[in-house]
Design a protein around this ligand. Structure first.
Ligand code: SF4
Length: 330
């Protein structure tokens, strides 16, 4: 670990089987960061409680997400991968940090206002404190770097403010102000070609879908809306299928489609069949690894528990320092 550039932390809610949007927007980056950083990846089940209506799928969703992360290339022998609630110290730090966080700032945050708009009948206390718990997640592990997309920058800036307030209030430097690592996170559209890919929009393609299920989803993808007939020339620049080709297809095939689409030399059906074949070929190693891991679910839980044990060692040390800095009785 000594040769690595620092410690990365990132968390994601347990959303179950992951889709292409999750992969391109987060998991791919998680895998790459392991080469340069000591990584801690957390499935944030407590955060999920602020918005979920039922927890009956929580265990299955946590397991499926962990399975997908592992199959995609998270290396648990070096990376700490765990479930947030398995390290209860985060709740204690959350409480302590809440005392240095102005309530008005929390209720002014656009993300809070948006949640209020989306779930007016469930504006709970946890929802207001969400950014404080997020800060606790980051600070508990003395995180150096948090990977963020452009729109997430304000959250980390707010986390930095909370950490600064704590250190200032208690005349300490126990907590580390995390740096942001801006990451190019593509906006992955769903098969409707309009909305961001997501389960709630039912426009997603699951990584673990079978090749046939994947092909069927790809064949439903919306293409250039102005291309009505096979003989109409298309515009790949406005076509989500082409965007995906650029990610998953060989360069010569992408170049061919770019030319042939514009002169109606290739039809959308053939274009989508080609994409489905290339996507399935790309996903084959993932699927094989996932199937092998799924034969032994206990092993996946062991990895999560072992990760929590390693995370907890760091967390306990941080909390001992925090309690000392605050001046709590021993
Ligand atoms: Fe899109 Fe391909 Fe159809 Fe062109 S041929 S509009 S790139 S699906």
């Amino acid at each position: 670990m000594a040769s690595k550039k620092g410690r990365v932390f990132s968390g994601a809610r347990p959303t179950g089987r992951q889709h292409l949007g999750n992969y391109l927007g987060a998991i791919k980056n998680y895998v790459a960061l392991q080469d340069d950083y000591e990584c801690i990846y957390c499935i944030v089940d407590i955060h999920a409680l602020t918005t979920v209506e039922t927890t009956e799928d929580l265990v299955d969703n946590t397991y499926d997400m962990a399975l997908d992360w592992l199959a995609a290339g998270i290396r648990p022998e070096e990376t700490i991968m765990f479930v947030q609630s398995h390290v209860p110290e985060v709740m204690e730090l959350h409480t302590i940090l809440s005392m240095v966080t102005p309530l008005g700032k929390l209720t002014d945050l656009p993300t809070f206002k948006e949640k209020v708009r989306l779930q007016p009948n469930n504006v709970n206390y946890g929802l207001v404190g969400y950014p404080v718990l997020m800060t606790a997640d980051i600070a508990l592990y003395k995180t150096d770097v948090v990977p963020v997309g452009v729109d997430q920058g304000p959250h980390i800036e707010f986390a930095r403010e909370i950490v600064r307030s704590f250190n200032y209030r208690y005349h300490t430097n126990v907590l580390v102000e995390p740096q942001m690592k801006n990451t190019e996170i593509p906006k992955v559209l769903g098969i409707d070609g309009k909305e961001k890919m997501g389960k709630s929009n039912n426009n997603h393609i699951e990584l673990a879908a079978t090749p046939e299920e994947t092909r069927q989803r790809v064949m439903q993808m919306v293409t250039d809306p102005a291309r009505i007939k096979r003989t109409d020339p298309g515009n790949p620049d406005v076509c989500n299928v082409f965007t995906m080709h650029k990610i998953f297809s060989p360069a010569d095939e992408v170049a061919m489609i770019n030319v042939e689409c514009r002169r109606a030399g290739i039809g959308c059906v053939e274009c989508k069949k080609r994409f489905a074949a290339n996507l399935n070929a790309n996903l084959e190693p993932f699927r094989q690894k996932r199937a092998a891991l799924a034969e032994n679910p206990a092993q996946v839980w062991d990895i999560l528990h072992e990760g929590a044990g390693r995370a907890r060692t760091i967390a306990r040390q941080t909390m001992a320092e925090v309690r000392e800095a605050v001046g709590l009785p021993k």
